[in-house]
Design a protein around this ligand. Structure first.
Ligand SMILES: C[C@@]1(CC(=O)O)c2cc3[nH]c(cc4nc(cc5[nH]c(cc(n2)[C@H]1CCC(=O)O)[C@@](C)(CC(=O)O)[C@@H]5CCC(=O)O)C(CC(=O)O)=C4CCC(=O)O)c(CCC(=O)O)c3CC(=O)O
Ligand SMILES: NC(=O)C1=CN([C@@H]2O[C@H](COP(=O)(O)OP(=O)(O)OC[C@H]3O[C@@H](n4cnc5c(N)ncnc54)[C@H](O)[C@@H]3O)[C@@H](O)[C@H]2O)C=CC1
Length: 223
């Protein structure tokens, strides 16, 4: 399987099925996109997500209905999502979601099967995020429980990566604007992101990280 990242901002994700799996998928997408869940019944977690769940602005929209397999294409036409998620406990409905989405040229995530897929039929990875850094992890459908366990390990591993992305991104732009020769610029950025001193400095605060990075950059530019 080939991992790719999507920008779903401004798009709709349409989830069929409001059980525990539908709830998890809705929770996974609701910061990035408008999420609509269609189901005759809803998991408690969905009911609280629909209430706005504390300080999250994006509320999941719940539509109480039980589409038949033959109605699914109409729902997709009407809501015009970028991604449809098939998370019902009815295999015929899930299959209809998959075929209607593929016919309509939109992405589909079928949650009740693993293994080989048509292009456009995507898998949802386990994700670790320290904005703007995201790590996506898949076991090729073989062992979702392992994907979850590895995600828990990586969570600790990438702590501070968001700050490092912001700092090294800013340094990259500054060195470009200062007209530093490309080879030196790349060397400086490569050293900054690998420097234990800079990672440690960032733990204390942005300005400490910046100071450590400046030392590393000077070493590279003075050579
Ligand atoms: C193919 C895929 C399709 C898709 O959903 O995209 C799929 C399919 C299936 N999952 C099943 C079961 C479980 N799934 C989880 C958990 C997660 N499942 C996720 C993704 C995927 N699951 C895709 C492949 C990802 C990959 O390549 O690794 C994660 C990573 C992302 C997410 O869903 O958000 C999320 C962890 C998120 C996190 O915590 O970070 C757990 C663990 C738990 O619940 O504790 C279990 C129980 C333990 C077990 O069975 O392993 C079953 C059997 C159902 C049955 O028994 O009937 C099927 C269907 C089948 O295998 O046929
Ligand atoms: N991908 C994954 O990570 C996992 C996938 N699964 C699979 O996902 C499916 C759903 O699992 P759960 O959420 O645990 O089941 P669940 O039984 O808790 O939820 C199913 C939901 O689908 C709704 N539903 C039934 N008919 C519908 C219709 N016609 N239209 C819309 N909604 C409908 C039900 O009201 C219920 O809310 C199962 O088929 C299971 O094999 C299960 C565990 C993990």
């Amino acid at each position: 399987m080939t991992p790719l990242y999507h920008d779903l901002s401004g798009e709709t994700v349409l989830v069929f099925g409001g059980g525990s799996v539908g709830a998890r998928k809705a929770r996974g997408f609701d910061e990035a996109a408008r999420v609509v869940v269609v189901s005759p019944a809803f998991d408690e977690r969905l009911l609280s997500l629909a209430d706005g769940d504390g300080d999250r602005d994006a509320a999941v929209e719940l539509v109480r209905a039980a589409p038949e397999a033959s109605d699914v294409a109409d729902w997709i036409d009407r809501l015009d999502p970028a991604l449809a998620v098939a998370a019902t406990d009815d295999a015929a409905v899930n299959a209809a979601v998959e075929s209607a989405a593929l016919d309509g040229g939109i992405l589909v995530n079928r949650t009740d099967v693993s293994g080989g897929r048509d292009p456009g039929s995507v898998v949802v990875p386990a994700t670790v995020e320290d904005d703007p850094v995201t790590v996506a992890l898949s076991t090729g459908g073989t062992s979702p429980a392992l994907a979850k366990a590895l995600r828990e390990r990586i969570e600790a591993e990438i702590e501070g990566a968001g700050e490092m992305a912001a700092l090294s991104g800013a340094i990259r732009e500054e060195l470009k604007a200062d007209g530093v020769a490309p080879e030196k610029r790349r060397e400086a950025v490569r050293r900054v992101v690998r420097s234990r001193g800079v990672w440690k400095g960032l733990q204390k605060g942005r300005s400490y990280g910046r100071q450590e990075a400046d030392t590393v950059i000077e070493e590279v530019l003075d050579r």
